[in-house]
Design a protein around this ligand. Structure first.
Ligand SMILES: Cc1ncc(C[n+]2csc(CCOP(=O)(O)OP(=O)(O)O)c2C)c(N)n1
Ligand SMILES: [Mg+2]
Length: 694
């Protein structure tokens, strides 16, 4: 150990090492090596660098720390414990209980412990984002830095520097290799996010061994090319050197900073230090014993935290954070009287509330046989909502003119270095980073949306999964939703994508049938504050249905509803003998078939089913009213793969769907070719009814 730290600092750092070893050993699984190696930088960030109040961990003006190398979770749990971060109560109020107790650490990776294998947002207050899938944390940290910039742009006023927070992310070789990190770094450099600092643990080790097996690029030059400042520290145990580069970062105003730090995995362990074997397995009791002796600790004590180590944090982050928060709070009190409207917005954001009247401008679309594409009505509705929702913002991966996601009202403007309160984001062709960045923005209190062609949802799926896992209410706006894309052909025609999104728990998927269902979908999506939503929209025009004749759109938020029912000669509804179920563009097709079947005396019901997920959470009574269990003659129509539909049509029902990839050609021809015609729906239904009579 170098002499670059005081005895007490060394003791605190070694405490983190020992907690990490002990917890992984007790769990008999986990990753001890990197928390041990990175204990010094973790200590420095938490106890000296972060402007963070452990007693107010949700403070909007705080600095943020993202452990992108999520496998090193014991580093974070140890730090949150030592910093005395407080737990949130059921209404997100701060309690005086610890977010991470020593018992929680003793139960690392066990059911009931908030200390899961990888840091899970929402399990422990102080975890800013779920990490584990490498690269995601880095990209999310860019979104957090963006959000801080945006808050500063909108809310900072002369004499009121309300927002000047910084975002730090610790990452490893794995993060550095992931493509998403490159996309995100490129954008961070482009946006000159000087409040962003990535700390790269350059330890030459990944799971399979030496990084030289698979990684030989010049990271320094790569990041310089992205427009970053790149700084180096030769030994992570050199606290003065770390302090110096962190100061340089703070003093830099025109670009993000990458700090490349050399470390030795499992530092302090006599046999395992420097070995890839220390990455993801317990060190073993003997090696832990030897390590503790080498570090000058009592080898017989486990989960040991000395009082003076707690005191070091009391005097560090706990005291400094309390002062910083109190100063901010005092400033905010004055801000409230000088800028009451902006202060009210901030309070709304803190409470995760929607602004008053956010949907007041959402219009009702008049009946129109020619209609409009749902991507067009989406663009109109998005603008109507965003106009009254100042912190609703986002953009597209270079497809805004096609996705119709540009916010066009006065003052919307583009987000950029010179205009950090712009509301339109140009993410370039970087779908994966876009989604993770929007996660970071939304985690920071903004309400983010992002857009691309539906078929390219595959490019951002890992980040969507994390939105869903974390319960972050991002809006995914996905247009060009089927073979209706036409001439661009099968590469651009989604097939399995609806099924793949419906498979993600806690993601609400909407596929509206016309302009008014689009508006209703937005209303339902925006209201949900603990789940992301994907709104799936057409490229092609769809008729705007006559809602004085068909059911109104109040059923959209129930996921499925009877749009048009069977009725007798007197106009009274009667029990159907057949149910047609459609989503999106196929709803009008079902209605055409419905008319023809009715003309043949068939008692037909058409159900519009914009959201499976919302339908699933309705009471059984409602679900049975829409899809009566004894009406088993059912046909579902959706220009996508069949997967999942038999749940709604039953094993004897029919699904008119895509059986393989699409084709290149005018949409109308493709619809005929693949059987999406009223004739085929009618024939399928009649065949089914006939077969049942036999
Ligand atoms: C996207 C993704 N791919 C693979 C993994 C599995 N994984 C976890 S850690 C790791 C190696 C990471 O190496 P590095 O970042 O250098 O971490 P170190 O061993 O140095 O701590 C891998 C492949 C993962 N968590 N996420
Ligand atoms: Mg490594």
């Amino acid at each position: 150990m170098t002499l670059s730290m005081t005895e007490l600092e060394k003791k605190a750092i070694d405490t983190i090492r020992a907690l990490s070893m002990d917890a992984v050993q007790a769990a008999n699984s986990g990753h001890p090596g990197t928390p041990m190696a990175l204990a010094p930088i973790g200590y420095l960030l938490f106890n000296e660098q972060l402007r963070y109040d452990p007693a107010h961990p949700k403070w909007l003006g705080r600095d943020r720390f993202v452990l992108s190398a999520g496998h090193a979770s014991m580093l974070l749990y140890s730090l949150l414990h030592l910093a005395g971060v407080k737990k949130l109560g059921i209404d997100c109020e701060v309690t005086d209980q610890a977010a991470v107790t020593l018992d929680d650490i003793k139960n690392f990776r066990q059911p009931g412990s908030p200390c899961a294998g990888h840091p899970e947002f929402g399990h422990v207050c102080g975890i800013e984002v779920t990490t584990g899938p490498l690269g995601q944390g880095l990209a999310t940290s860019v979104g957090m830095a963006v959000a801080t910039r945006w808050f500063a742009g909108r809310y900072n006023k002369p004499d009121y520097p309300m927002f000047n927070g910084r975002v730090y992310s610790v990452c490893g070789d794995g993060d550095m290799m992931e493509g998403i990190a490159s996309e995100a770094a490129s954008l961070a450099g482009h946006w000159k996010l000087s409040n962003l600092c990535w700390i790269y643990d350059d330890n030459n080790i990944t799971i399979e061994g030496d990084v030289a097996l698979a990684f030989s690029e010049n990271v320094h030059k790569r990041f310089e090319a992205y427009g970053w400042q790149v700084l180096h520290v030769d030994d992570v145990n050199d606290l003065p050197a770390l302090r110096k580069v962190l100061q340089t970062f703070e003093a830099t105003a025109d670009r993000p900073t990458l700090i490349v730090v050399k470390s030795v995995i499992a530092f302090g362990a006599p046999k395992m230090a420097g070995s890839h074997k220390a990455h993801g397995a317990p060190l073993g009791t003997e090696e832990i014993r030897e390590t503790k002796i080498a570090l000058g600790r009592d080898p017989d004590k486990h989960f040991e935290v000395a009082d003076d180590v707690y005191e070091l944090f009391d005097k560090g982050v706990i005291a400094n954070g309390a002062k910083a928060f109190a100063d901010w709070r005092e400033m905010f009190e004055r801000y409230k009287s000088d800028h009451p409207e902006l202060a009210a917005e901030l309070l709304c954001i803190c409470k995760n509330k929607l602004p008053e009247g956010w949907d007041a401008d959402v219009e009702t679309f008049p009946t129109d046989a020619k209609g409009m594409a749902t991507r067009v009505s989406s663009g109109m509705v998005l603008n109507q909502i965003a106009g009254r929702f100042p912190w609703l913002l986002g953009g597209s991966a270079d497809l805004a003119p096609s996705n119709n996601t540009a916010l066009t009202f006065a003052g919307a403007d583009d987000f950029c270095h010179a205009n950090p309160c712009g509301r339109n984001f140009h993410f370039g062709i970087r779908e994966h980073a876009m989604a993770a960045i929007v996660n970071g923005m939304t985690l920071s209190g903004l309400r983010g949306f992002c857009a691309t062609f539906f078929v390219f949802v595959d490019y951002l799926r890992p980040a969507i999964r994390l939105s869903a896992l974390m319960g972050v209410p991002v809006l995914y706006i996905l247009t060009h939703d089927s073979i209706g894309v036409g001439e661009d052909g099968p590469t651009h025609q989604p097939i399995e994508h609806l099924a793949s999104l419906r498979a993600i728990p806690n993601l609400i998927v909407f596929r509206p049938a016309d302009a008014n269902e689009t508006a209703a979908s937005y209303k339902a999506a925006v209201k949900r504050t603990t789940s992301p939503s994907a709104i799936i929209l057409t490229r092609q025009n769809l008729p705007t249905l006559d809602r004085s004749f068909f059911a109104d759109t109040s059923g959209v938020e129930k996921g499925a509803y009877v749009l048009f029912d069977a009725y007798d000669d007197h106009g009274n509804t009667v029990k159907p003998e057949l149910i047609l179920i459609g989503t999106g563009s196929e709803v009008s097709l079902c209605l055409e078939a419905h008319d023809r079947l009715m003309a043949q005396g068939i008692r037909c019901r058409t159900v519009s089913m914009p959201s499976w997920e919302l339908f699933e959470i309705q009471p059984e009574e409602y679900r049975n009213a829409v899809l009566p269990p004894d009406v088993t003659a059912r046909v579902a129509v959706e220009m996508a793969c069949e997967q999942g539909w038999h749940k709604y049509v039953g094993s004897r029902g029919a699904v008119i769907c895509m059986k393989g990839f699409g084709a290149s050609g005018p949409a109308e021809q493709l619809f005929r070719h693949f059987g999406f015609t009223p004739e085929n729906v009618v024939k399928t239904a009649l065949d089914m009814l006939e077969a049942r009579q036999k």
